[in-house]
Design a protein around this ligand. Structure first.
Ligand SMILES: NC(=O)C1=CN([C@@H]2O[C@H](COP(=O)(O)OP(=O)(O)OC[C@H]3O[C@@H](n4cnc5c(N)ncnc54)[C@H](OP(=O)(O)O)[C@@H]3O)[C@@H](O)[C@H]2O)[C@@H](O)CC1
Ligand SMILES: Nc1ncnc2c1ncn2[C@@H]1O[C@H](COP(=O)(O)OP(=O)(O)O)[C@@H](O)[C@H]1O
Length: 467
């Protein structure tokens, strides 16, 4: 994966580029490499499609002149629409090497293919006036649109769109992915995102969630050593049953549901244990063989569940807190979770996150990191761009997607998978990332319009891909 899966902010990218220059590569050489590799990719997809390349004043524009020249040499009918003169030496040199026709952006005639090299990581403010109008005029009248590094108007680091963005078919990330290649809403404008390797090798706190390596049970394993997952059921016991099924299908050795009412176990092998009071629940949870607990799915939000939640928070085992439990805690989540002795993974969707957050930071990713720091817990924010943060400030972002997941009950399934991955895994961040990967992969395998039960059925196959 590009840059070994490390995602770089614009500042980190500049530092990484400097490291490449310190090793003797020139700016011109790096731009040549980026531009020619991007042009080859465009050529592979489009061949001789007549092309207009829009070039800005910075190095993103410099890439554009290299792309145009490479396509010209291939015999493609290609023109450049320039938004002013280049302002960097490398971009000036690229423009000098360009042998084709250049017109001013506002004079340019659209072509069948449009390549946006107006702004990349150097974007500092919204595009306005004629510049914005011309970007849309030229992009919308093309049949195929490429964005080089980032679509112009996208902030590199937080998924924000600073001005209206045309819809692109392809975005070619140069050197490393930037956070906005994965975060919504910017990701939604990018079409197919792929990476161009230009020799950047830099670590970062941000990374892409990658397929985990999971060990099969050892010959000496038994059901308790594999992990005993306990699900605390509430009023809507179906949610707990889904979490239990998911925990089992993702490799738990033993799954129990602790419930206040008589519920039918979803499988014969899943044991339901009854309790009447919060104290009795506390006793059940004190079983030292329990390797992870799930609380929240279908718990309910009135007074009774509050008592059950406070008992569950006392459990020593690693804990997954989801759904109603998050709403019950609301803004008190930080203090309630920070005082827990065991590991905790909190899995809000955007609505639950809104109920928990204090609006300290404008961007979700910043707030998620801040909350992880304050709770000393793993924060997993669900959605099309699921991200997972730990208290050290690391963030892993999902690049795999499956919008069929947007159906009730799939979050319950995720909480069960996390509990199983937490069992015996000392690193809760790694466990949450593995669970997120398995969840999306199972969804991809399930095909269109699956039920949560159908999603669970695909978990063993997703798991098999990680062994
Ligand atoms: N470094 C390297 O060696 C390599 C870099 N590479 C490439 O360089 C790209 C980064 O290049 P970059 O840093 O020059 O920034 P870039 O995105 O071209 O724009 C900067 C200019 O835009 C201006 N500007 C900003 N916002 C604006 C607005 N709304 N409206 C109008 N103007 C606006 C801004 O002006 P200022 O804010 O300074 O006033 C400045 O003049 C990167 O994405 C990759 O494609 C690759 O070739 C590999 C080698
Ligand atoms: N549009 C989408 N694209 C990809 N994944 C999605 C999308 N919408 C929801 N999901 C995923 O589906 C799951 C839904 O969880 P949640 O909202 O808690 O549902 P429930 O509480 O009904 O189980 C989460 O894992 C979330 O990341």
């Amino acid at each position: 994966m590009l840059n070994s899966g490390y995602i770089l902010t614009a500042d980190e990218m500049r530092k990484a580029e400097r490291a490449v220059f310190d090793n003797g590569t020139t700016v011109d050489r790096l731009m040549y490499l980026a531009g020619t590799s991007a042009a080859q990719q465009i050529w592979r997809i489009s061949g001789h499609m007549p092309t207009l390349v829009a070039c800005g004043p910075g190095n993103n524009g410099g890439d554009g002149y290299v792309i145009a020249q490479w396509l010209l040499e291939k015999g493609v009918e290609v023109r450049v629409a320039a938004n002013g003169d280049p302002i960097t030496d490398a971009a000036r040199n690229s423009r000098t090497a360009w042998q084709g026709e250049t017109v001013a952006l506002d004079q340019a005639v659209p072509a069948v293919q449009f390549v946006d090299c107006l702004f990349g990581t150097g974007l500092t403010r919204p595009l306005e006036g004629l510049l914005l109008q011309n970007l849309h005029r030229l992009a919308l009248r093309a049949n195929r649109r490429f964005a080089i590094d980032l679509p112009s108007g996208v902030h590199s680091d937080n998924g924000e769109t600073l001005s209206d963005i045309p819809q692109f078919d392809h975005t070619l990330a140069l050197g490393a992915y930037k956070p906005s290649h994965f975060l919504e809403p910017s990701r939604g404008y990018m079409g197919h995102v792929s990476g161009i390797d230009i020799g950047i090798r830099a670590r970062s706190d941000f990374s892409v969630i990658q397929r985990p390596q999971i060990s099969k049970p050892a010959t000496s394993d038994h059901k308790y050593s594999r992990g005993l997952v306990a699900i605390v059921a509430g009023k809507m016991s179906g949610a707990a049953q889904l979490a239990a099924l998911a925990a089992q299908a993702s490799g738990a050795g033993y799954v129990k549901i602790f419930a206040q009412t008589d519920i039918v176990p979803p499988h014969h092998s899943i044991v339901v244990e009854r309790f009447d009071t919060g104290e009795q629940l506390g006793q059940l949870l004190s079983d030292p063989r329990i390797s992870a607990v799930v609380v929240g799915p279908g718990l309910g939000r009135d007074r009774d569940p509050r008592k059950l939640l406070s008992e569950t928070l006392k459990a020593a085992a690693p804990l997954v807190v989801d759904a109603d439990a998050l709403m019950l805690m609301g803004k008190d989540a930080t203090s309630l979770i920070a005082s827990r002795s065991g590991q905790t993974v909190l899995t809000p969707h955007m609505g639950e996150f809104a109920a928990m957050r204090n609006d300290g930071d404008r961007f979700r990713m910043d707030e998620l990191r801040r909350m992880a720091g304050k709770t000393h817990a793993i924060m997993l924010l669900k959605g099309p761009d699921t991200m997972i943060a730990n208290e050290q400030g690391k963030v892993a972002i999902s690049d795999a997607r499956c919008s069929w997941l947007s159906t009730a009950g799939t979050g319950d399934v995720l909480s069960g998978i996390i509990a199983t991955r937490l069992s015996g895994n000392e690193n809760a961040f790694v466990a949450a990332c593995a669970a997120q990967w398995l969840h999306t992969r199972a969804a991809q395998l399930a095909g269109p319009a699956f039920s949560p039960e159908g999603l669970v059925d695909q978990l063993p196959q997703a798991l098999a891909e990680c062994l």
